[in-house]
Design a protein around this ligand. Structure first.
Ligand code: HEM
Length: 246
């Protein structure tokens, strides 16, 4: 933890994400972008831009090979991540900060009222309900891509166990889930990481892993209170204010 310049009592920044978590984030991101870049030209094969993309990516055979290799990497990563998280939580070594609780539902309702200017801003814990929603969406979406991708990879083996119609169904699911994931990342995630007024021009937390105490207090007041229980003003509710960052 870095020490504050103005006070000796508490640091100005605290570590929010460890190096391991940041490596996981960027690894997942790189695999996801590789899969999109090598998958979308296959989906839109009849368009001019797809033909250019295939040429740029070294031809169709290489692009398909790259997609399958990145697919293996992605699948191994998802299985590792799930195994590590579940075992870690059972052993009490991984905090269940992404598990949804009834309090998240209350945060959703209060947030809607806050956005309409009818309530104070809800107090978020370490991860707010939007981050949890996105996390679970990506996890389930990732599992779906993994299962359907493997069915397309091994169609003959799949047809030995399941009716043949499952292969085109897997292709449709794989294809549309790719579009859904692209939209979620391009609009929701990038808005939150880049264009949200409180972080613009870039939220660097996933780069250096640190968050300023002011930002922590504003965005995740319950986490601030958990880390600094002695602070009296740490968790005051922000009044409904249309100019505050949403
Ligand atoms: C988020 C991750 C992924 C994205 C965004 C993605 C995207 C795509 C897209 C858009 C297509 C073309 C579908 C169409 O023709 O309509 C495709 C095809 C395919 N994907 Fe994925 N995919 C992902 C993960 C995976 C994984 C994990 C695997 C396997 C382990 C995989 C294996 C395949 C295979 C085998 C095909 C058929 C094309 C071929 O034969 O090379 N994909 N993917």
């Amino acid at each position: 933890m870095a020490k504050t310049k103005s006070s000796n009592k508490k640091p100005q920044y605290i570590q929010r994400f460890s190096l391991k978590q940041r490596i996981e984030h960027w690894l997942f991101f790189s695999l996801f972008v590789t899969l999109l870049l090598t998958g979308l030209p296959q989906k839109f094969f009849e368009t001019g831009w797809a033909a250019d993309a295939v040429r740029l990516l070294g031809g169709l055979d290489f692009m398909r090979w790259l997609h399958r290799m990145a697919g293996w990497g992605f699948s191994i990563f998802v299985v590792y991540f799930l195994g590590y998280s579940i075992i870690g939580m059972l052993l009490g070594r991984v905090a269940p900060t992404m598990i949804p609780f009834p309090a998240d539902l209350r945060e959703v309702c209060k947030s809607l009222l806050w956005n309409a200017g009818l309530a104070n801003r809800p107090l978020s814990p370490r991860f707010n309900y939007q981050q949890k929603f996105e996390f679970w969406g990506l996890l389930f979406g990732g599992l779906l891509m993994m299962v359907t991708g493997l069915m397309l990879y091994f169609p003959i083996q799949t047809a030995r166990w399941l009716p043949g119609q499952f292969i085109p169904a897997a292709k449709t699911a794989h294809s549309y889930e790719a579009m859904l994931a692209l939209l979620v990342i391009a609009f929701w995630h990038l808005y939150n990481a880049i264009f949200r007024p409180s972080v613009f021009p870039l939220d660097r937390t996933m780069i250096h892993g640190k968050i300023s105490l002011d930002h922590l207090k504003e965005e995740y007041p319950l986490e601030y209170r958990r880390l600094f229980p002695d602070e009296e003003d740490g968790c005051a509710e922000t009044p409904a204010d249309p100019s505050s960052s949403r």
